[in-house]
Structures are given as structure tokens and as C-alpha cells.
Design a protein around this ligand. Sequence first.
Ligand code: MFN
Ligand code: ZN
Ligand code: ZN
Length: 564
Amino acid sequence: MEYIIKNGIVYDPLNGVNGEKMDICVKDGKIVESVSDNAKIIDASNCVVMPGGVDSHSHLAGAKVNVGRIFRPEDSVKDIYAKKGLRTGTGFSVPSTYKTGYQYSEMGYTMVVEAAMPPLIARHTHEEFIETPQIDKAAMPLFGNNWMVMEYLKEGDIKACAAYVAWLLKATRGFAIKIVNPGGTEAWGWGKNVHSLDDPVPYFDITPREIVRGLAEVNEMLGLPHSIHVHPNNLGHPGNWETTLETMKCVEGIEAKPRVGERETSYYNTHCQFHSYGGTSWKDFESKAIEIAEYVNKSKHVVIDVGQITLDETTTMTADGPMEYDLHMTNGLKWANCDVELETGSGVVPFIYSPKGPVYAVQWAIGLELFLHTNTDKVLLTTDHPNAGPFIRYPRVIAWLMSKKYRDEWLYNKVHKWAQQRSHVADADKEYDLYEIAKITRANQAKVLGLSETKGHLGVGAEADIAIYAIDPEEKDGKKIEKAFRYAKYVLKGGDVVVKDGNIVKQIFGDTIYVDVQVGEDLMNEVLKDVEEKFRRYYSVNIDNYPVSDKYANSWRVIKIDAT
Ligand code: MFN
Ligand code: ZN
Ligand code: ZN
């Protein structure tokens, strides 16, 4: 099938295209130079054309997401999705699988990364991916509290650790190294936590600093497409901005050495909003977003996603088990806790971020300040779905960023006054333009994930993942901006029109992307012997039942890397 998208205003930052009227040609699922006269015409007059959206951090599938669904029937009854010809779905903050795929697609997103996959439960994640239509998917296995990782790093055996990471990525069909509260989730198994970068993990006697640095070295030794993806210690605690800065600094000097892709950063700090807190308690809680943004701007190795608070009722879920216990003690709502032997654990707690809550107002302002003060090449749009709010609010976040007037409507009329008093958001005049929106929702993401050869741009050879929005580039009416980005005029995925006028017109299933890194055979054999021994001694499963087999995807896309 051939298409020509005519007369749209194109925003394609990876190719430096900033609001030019031009035609985009599509053939056989790819963007091409030209098409024949038989090509179908898509009229994009008065519309904006961007690459398909890429979400590098979202909790959409797997163990804790499903706990969230089961645990919150009150969330499921709220938002029923029933459209002719499509699978029905439910759930506002933790939507069911089909609804997740459809709603991302309606917004023009074509690729989403599940941010935290417990390796032992990888199959569950992939099973849910099979049921999540419209988008390409990838998942990041959790490494920051893994017994084997901690032992190898304690022994200073980076090479063995790298081989183990390579094995686990392949066994779980994982995409990148995720680190959540390094050492703290393991400590939670003993009812404890770690509170600083140099607090030793019980029994393992290794520190968060050693875990983060060690895994960063492993990451660059293997040359993975993405960098380490880090949720630092002390999430959500007043005063944590110092831990955040220290964590960013602890990998200074470790250079990005991807063997595929064009990533320049060796450290990705996720949901940075939850890590930019000043004060000593909730009573003197204040923003340290500008301090964090200033460090990020001057540090070549760092990129952040924001985790913007959307001021909704939502469901929080994280592999940071002790943090969820703290949150439950703070808000008094129900709490679920799950342990995953040898690897990780998680917690789930509902949360109501009321705009009238003083603390939530400051959290909202902190996210916006990070967007408004960080260099737009180094910041990515996320809500840490569903932790700071559901992904269907991305269009509202875009509206807050593009229109100071709209931001101020919220700041002065809807949100508690602490947002003005405890942050500098009221002073920030910056308004994003569509070029910058395209950066923080597509170009930057594709680049830091190492996928920018074919994703996140509209150059010849790119996958034909394209979003077309009915919006005037000068629009300042927040509601209109939100509506335009919530329901795309057209979305193409792999060269098929999948959305028209905000409705799904074709159901397709994307690929599941993972990395397969080859390391030296002798080293791998040695490490495998060790791992087999660990399985016999400690795991309740047999190693032969651990790897994810071929049938766990609609279609796999493997990124092969030679690190021998
Ligand atoms: C990451 O996974 C991930 O993370 C993230 O809720 C997550 O009430 C999961 O106990 C949070 N609030 C306060 O203490 C506020 C102070 C309060 C007071 O007691 O003084 N002040 C007021 O109420 C102001 C009253 C005056 C006024 O101005 O109105 C706390 C409390 C809280 C705080 C609760 N914290 C948690 C935040 C952290 C992490 C959420 C989510 C988090 C989720 N991803 O004159 C007048 O007008 C009167 C003024 C008022 C007065 O003085 O009375 C994983 O992957
Ligand atoms: Zn996290
Ligand atoms: Zn997260």
C-alpha cells in the first residue's frame, strides 16, 4: 500500500524539520522518497504531522499492573471502553490490555516501553503484550536488587556480571537494564530500606552507589541500545534532591558506548519529579526542580523523564516496595505488597492527587518546572503511567506546556496555593512550541532508547509510524490543544492507517523488541554454571522453565549485538 500525506505542517526534530509544509510518502511500511500515482492521498491541510509517539516509561503490562487491576475494581467501573468492532475494556488508571493499546493509538503513539519487568514473571508481561494492540512494545527487566548482580558486583567481577545481564536479557526477552531503589527493595525483604547511596544492603554488604556504577559499566561494556534506566533511592521523600544529584554524579565519567543506535547519555533518570524534592518533611516541602534541571543541562551523560503529576485519582505501583509502604502509611489507603524471589518486589497503593492538596500542588509544579527549565533535548514527557497519572493525560500536559495562559488558569484557580509559594512555576514564561513537543514525545525518546534509526523521525527509511493532529501551531486554548492531541486525525502504524478522526479503524499487533547480546563463549559458560547452581539452591523454579519461549509474542524483533 502506498500513501502520500499532503500539505501537512511537519515537525521532525531528528531531521531538523521545524514546521515546514511538505508531503510525506509511504510505501511498504516505510517512509520513502516518492510514490507512484496510485498512492492514496491523505489530506493533512491545516494539520500537523509528527512521527509516531514513543513512550519510554510506562507501566502497562505484567505482574504489578495486574495486581493493580484486580486490587481496584473501583477503578475498573469508572471508564468503560466499548466501540463497535473493537474489544471492550475497562479501567481509568489501570486500563485493560486492549484499551491500553487503543488509547495509546488514538493519541498517535506507536511504541511503548514497560518500565519494570520482574525477570521471573517475564512471561506474564509478554502474555499481556500479546493482548495489547496497535503499538510496538519492549520491557525492561529489573536488575538493581538481583542477588546475582549484587554478588558479582561485590566481587568486583564486572565481566561476569555483564555476561549474566546478557543472559537474563535474552532469557526474559528484555530490552534494557532497569534499576529501582538499588538495594532498597532487597532490604525491604528484611523490613528495611536504604536511605543513602552509601547505605549497605543487608547481607550483601554492597551499596546503592556500587550497584548503579557497576551496572552502568556493564551497560556500556555490552553496548546496549539504551542506557541504565534508574529510579534512584528515596523516591517521594522530602529532601531527596540531594540523593538524586549524588546518583547522577556517581556515574560521571562513564561514557555512552552503544554498539547500536545513537544514544549519547549513559544515565536515564526516570520520573525525576518524584526525585526533586526539597524540605525536611511534608510541612516544609518545596521544589528543587531548578537545581536538578541546572545539573542535567550541564551534564552530557544525563537525560530525564518527568513523571508529571496530572492531579487525578490513580493507582501507584512500583518495584520500590518500601516506598509504597510509606505511601500507604501517609495516605491510609489500601496496600498490596508482592515479593519476587531473588530479584525484586513491588507495592501497589491507590492515590488521589487532589488539586486542592497542598503537597500535590507542589508536586504538580515541580514536574512543570522540570519541563520548563531543562534543555528540551534532555527531557522526556511521561506521567510514569499510572503513578503520577494515567497516560491519557499526556495531551493535557502538552497543553500546560504550550500555553502559559492555560497553566495559569490551573495555577491560580484550581491548584492549592503552595504551588505558587513553594516553587517558581509562576515565574516561568516559557511556552513549548510543536517542535519541542515533538522532541519530548518522540525524537528524544527514540534517540535515548537507541531506536532512532527507524523510529521517532520521518526521514526516508524510517518506519511509517506517523501521527497527524488537527491543530493550529499557534493555538493557545488549552482545551483545544488537549483535544487535538488526545484524538489524532490520522495515525499510521507500519504504513497502515490505524486511526482516523480519533477512532481506531484497523486493529494491528506491533512487535515486541528485545536485545540479544553475544558475549565470549567461555565466559558465558562459566557464568551459566554459576547461575545453574544458584537456581538449584535458591529459586523455586527450574532454570529450564525460566526463559521466555518463542510463542510469547505476536512477532519478535530482536536487536543483535556482538560484545564478544
Ligand atoms: C514511582 O511509584 C512511583 O509516589 C511513584 O501525601 C509513586 O497530610 C509510586 O500527612 C507522594 N500532607 C502534609 O503534611 C501537608 C502539610 C499540611 C499540614 O499538616 O500542615 N498542611 C496543610 O494541609 C496545609 C493547610 C493550610 C493550607 O495552606 O491549606 C501530608 C499529610 C503526602 C503528604 C501528606 N505525601 C505523599 C506525596 C509521594 C510519592 C505521592 C506519591 C508518591 C507515588 N514509580 O489560612 C488558611 O487558608 C488555612 C491554611 C491551611 C492551614 O494551615 O490549615 C515507580 O515505578
Ligand atoms: Zn520507578
Ligand atoms: Zn515507573
